[in-house]
Design a protein around this ligand. Structure first.
Ligand code: HEM
Length: 403
């Protein structure tokens, strides 16, 4: 182990394999000010404490990250609605979004997930006996599910993917100025495209999530504006697409790397849901989230001054031995696997959690059912995209037995 100051989360080697750093942080300094000035909170208990104290740990981090240059309500994502917003206006938008993720909508989504996944596997079956789970399956699956729900026709999927990728760039913390400018340009294109889709659904509602969103009414509250719906849709893309892609790929990776665990799941398919929780815990596709201290605040024996940026490192909390025994192991029978913080907790708890879980459970189950002898192909390096916030495999090559 190296001295704590010598690790750097923005260094690609540490971002690739951060787990030793996480254990040093949890043991030596669970509330730690990195040499860059940013604080990082790494234990399960202290992450929860900060999440619950949302008045002191504000989510209005985008303004702070842009140095105020993007204005009070004109930041990269448009008006602040959910991820980078605080009560009381967060509460209003959250009620609307909860309507779009009603149990009825998620049930209907399960059917469309199955149809889309079957179709993708059909394409794989017709190709060679080796394929890349990421490019051929875990990227198109969530992208197509959400595109269908927000009125993006299949013919626009490639463009939609390019825009969707661009919106993630600013929050990753590792982009060059050129990449940021390109991202802003593409984000503007995306916003006007989504605005058009909103107008369509306002005039002619269909049986989809966007229609739920634009027609939702909260008692006694004003109607939602198009630019606000656009901001919410952008967050579905930023917070929802790549993360689900990464979760599907990670679940397949962990199962294929652990034949004993795969055998348990094959014998009892009900364990697959817990396998997904373990992949969420160990891979934590959203490694953490930003907060800003609204006042001098004491936590874990440290004093964080007003205005400082704080990273709640969910990926570190999810391997905390104080909560998860033998925390580094992938254990599909772990009784408390669901206690992870991969979807956050409290007022910002991920509204897409049940959708992401369904997409992964159904998607992985169909792969196991339809492709006999599914196994890792030789030559995988298991490298991840360089990003300090989102963790995901670049590729995952697998093989299966062709009849
Ligand atoms: C494996 C997949 C996913 C992961 C790991 C994930 C993770 C997270 C986390 C950690 C948060 C809370 C951030 C915080 O503490 O401030 C969050 C919030 C959010 N997620 Fe997800 N998410 C996933 C899928 C989705 C999907 C599929 C959607 C929508 C289609 C979605 C939409 C959102 C939105 C809108 C928020 C902001 C909620 C708020 O601030 O009230 N996410 N997500």
């Amino acid at each position: 182990m190296q001295p704590i100051e010598s690790y750097n989360l923005f260094d690609p080697a540490t971002a690739e394999n951060p787990f030793e750093y996480y254990s040093v942080l949890r043991e030596q300094a669970p509330v730690y000010q990195m040499p860059t000035g940013m604080w990082i909170i790494s234990t399960h208990a202290l992450c929860l404490e900060a999440i619950r104290n949302y008045e002191a740990f504000s989510s209005k981090f985008l303004q702070k990250m842009s140095g105020g240059a993007l204005g009070a309500d004109g930041n990269i994502a448009g008006p602040e609605t959910l991820l980078s917003n605080d009560p009381p206006s967060h509460t209003y938008f959250r009620k609307l979004v909860n309507k779009a993720f009603s149990p009825m909508r998620v049930r209907k989504l399960s059917d469309s997930i199955r149809v889309i996944a079957e179709d993708l596997i059909g394409k794989v079956e017709r190709g060679p006996a080796r394929f890349d789970v990421v490019a051929d399956y875990s990227v198109p699956l969530p992208l197509t599910v959400i595109a269908d729900q927000i009125g993006v026709p299949r013919t626009h999927l490639a463009e939609f993917k390019r825009w969707s990728d661009a919106t993630i760039v600013p929050i990753g913390g590792m982009a060059t100025p050129e990449q940021l400018i390109e991202s802003l340009k593409l984000t503007e294109e995306l916003k006007s495209y989504l605005g058009e889709r909103c107008k369509e659904r306002m005039e002619d509602p269909k049986d989809d999530m966007l229609s739920d969103l634009v027609t939702a009414e909260i008692d006694g509250e004003r109607a939602i504006e198009i630019k606000e719906v656009v901001s919410i849709l952008q967050q579905f893309l930023v917070a929802g697409n790549e993360t689900t892609t990464n979760l599907i790929a990670a679940t397949v990776q962990f199962l294929l790397q652990n034949p004993d665990q795969l055998a348990l799941v094959q014998n009892d398919r009900k364990l697959l849901a817990n396998a997904v929780e373990e992949a969420l815990r160990l891979e934590t596709p959203t490694c953490g989230m930003w907060r800003v201290a609204t006042r001098d605040i004491e936590i874990g024996g440290e004093l964080i001054p007003e205005g400082d940026m704080v990273m709640l490192r969910y990926a570190a909390a999810n391997r905390d031995e104080a909560v998860f025994a033998n925390a580094e192991a992938f254990d599909v029978q772990r009784p408390n696997a669901k206690d992870h913080l991969a979807f956050g907790m409290g007022i910002h708890f991920c509204p897409g959690a049940s959708l992401a879980r369904e997409e992964t459970r159904i998607g992985v189950e169909l792969l196991l059912d339809r492709l006999p002898g599914l196994r890792l192909a030789p030559g995988n390096d298991f490298a991840h995209h360089p990003n300090m916030l989102l963790r995901g495999l670049k590729r995952l090559e697998v093989e299966f037995d062709k009849p």
